[in-house]
Ligand binder design. Structure first.
Ligand SMILES: [Zn+2]
Length: 409
């Protein structure tokens, strides 16, 4: 029954703030999920028939239910989680608050909440990286999410820098893009983004120009932006588009490749070695390759190459971060991404790409695992991803900091 029978709002309104000398205070929002199978991390064995207790947005306890009996006040809200599976909240390390997110400062909270649910929270995302949108718009959206007005994930944001004359054909020509012609300009743009409160930088080291040749960013320009970001302990993503863009990104020291490069067929041995050595992370965005051409054979080739590239880096121990480019693409459903990734890696590795890999890579030490004192960022699933990776997408509840931000109708 979970929250359904009583309704979460009613449950919470019935909850009084209780304290006793010996026990912890029970606050509004505290709850316990009882009877679930909990995967504390991608490498831990599951805890069967577990009780997971949440207090003040943090995980208070997680253990087999029999061990926690009578240890906590009865006033805590109990939720029946029998037949459910609980994993840590997901990260989507490549999204855009672009298409359909216009005027986030003034749009109705209801409309924003509905779009947030459709695009992100119903798929389990509690933390996302916006890799390029109108920065002030995303900052306004982030503020409305953080105020509690719009239920949504934690939003990190990267500011875009394009190469000179590198306005990608898929972006509206009237859109003003920051193009850097020199290292000095790139450094200035990077500084400005970080001063605005953005969390990272994204470089278009390859800009797609349609029938004309891809415009690449020179390594010296890449390096100038990377140096500014790294001086501030910030990370740099790259949209590389092709081999030259990838090699310039790696030579300039970027941290994360925002896509595979399926038009090139594979990464070279030198690229893979350099990525490994520099601890570069890779975001596969495999579903994206099903959307870029109408030709089924070309699509199949791109997807196959993307999977092969993912497999080649993953098998060498490379860090993989889950990401889908939603908000640029309108395909929000994550099932296909899980299915394609499973051709290259196991379900536990996919779970790592959703949880521990990003929390480690982005140094979010209170996220990514289910353990005492960690943030109560949780996904409650209706199926076990160990049995079928499609179950990663069967989300019953998405919980961020102990607050339900999505509940399956
Ligand atoms: Zn993107």
């Amino acid at each position: 029954m979970l929250f359904r029978r009583l309704g979460l709002a009613l449950i919470l309104s019935l909850l009084l703030v209780l304290c006793s000398a010996s026990a912890f205070c029970v606050d509004e929002g505290d709850f316990a999920c009882v009877g679930a199978k909990v995967y504390p991390s991608p490498t831990d064995d599951p805890i069967e028939n577990a009780t997971l207790m949440v207090h003040q947005g943090k995980i208070l306890a997680v253990a087999p239910s029999y061990r926690l009996k009578n240890k906590f006040p009865h006033a805590a809200v109990t939720i029946d989680c029998k037949d459910k599976v609980i994993v840590a909240g997901y990260w989507n390390s490549h999204v855009h608050f672009e298409t359909g997110w216009h005027d986030a400062a003034n749009a109705s909270a209801k409309a924003l909440a509905a779009h947030m649910q459709e695009m992100l929270t119903r798929w389990g995302f509690t933390t996302v990286w916006d890799l390029g949108s109108e920065p002030n718009n995303t900052l306004a959206l982030r503020q409305r999410v953080e105020s509690g007005e719009v239920p949504g994930p934690q939003i990190y944001m990267a500011g875009d820098i394009f190469p000179k004359n590198g306005h990608p054909v898929y972006l509206p020509p009237e859109m003003q893009l920051p193009e850097a012609a020199t290292p000095q300009q790139a450094a200035g743009m990077a500084r400005q983004y970080l001063e605005m409160g953005l969390d990272g930088i994204k470089l278009f080291t390859g800009a797609y120009m349609g029938s004309k040749p891809t415009v690449n960013m020179d390594t010296a320009i890449v390096k100038a932006a990377v140096d500014v970001a790294h001086d501030e302990n910030r990370l740099v993503f790259a949209h590389t588009q092709n081999r030259v863009g990838t090699d310039n990104a790696l030579a300039g020291g970027v941290d994360i490749l925002a896509h595979t490069i399926p038009t090139e067929g594979s990464f070279t041995a030198e690229e893979l070695a350099r990525m490994k050595e520099q601890h570069t992370a890779l975001i596969p965005t495999l579903t994206l390759w099903t959307t870029v051409t109408q030709d089924p054979q070309a699509t199949a080739r791109l997807v196959q190459a993307g999977v092969a590239e993912l497999k080649s880096y993953f098998s060498q121990g490379g860090t993989i971060l889950f990401g889908t480019d939603v908000g640029f693409v309108s395909k929000y459903d994550t099932i296909q991404e899980f299915e394609l990734m499973s051709k290259a890696m196991g379900w536990r590795d996919i779970l790592a790409s959703l949880t521990t890999n990003p929390s480690d890579y982005f140094r979010a030490s209170t996220k990514g695992r289910i353990a005492i004192d960690m943030d109560a960022d949780l996904v409650i699933l209706d199926g076990d991803p160990a049995a079928d990776v499609k179950n990663f997408a069967k989300v019953a509840y998405t919980i961020r900091n102990g607050r339900v931000i999505y509940q399956k109708p």
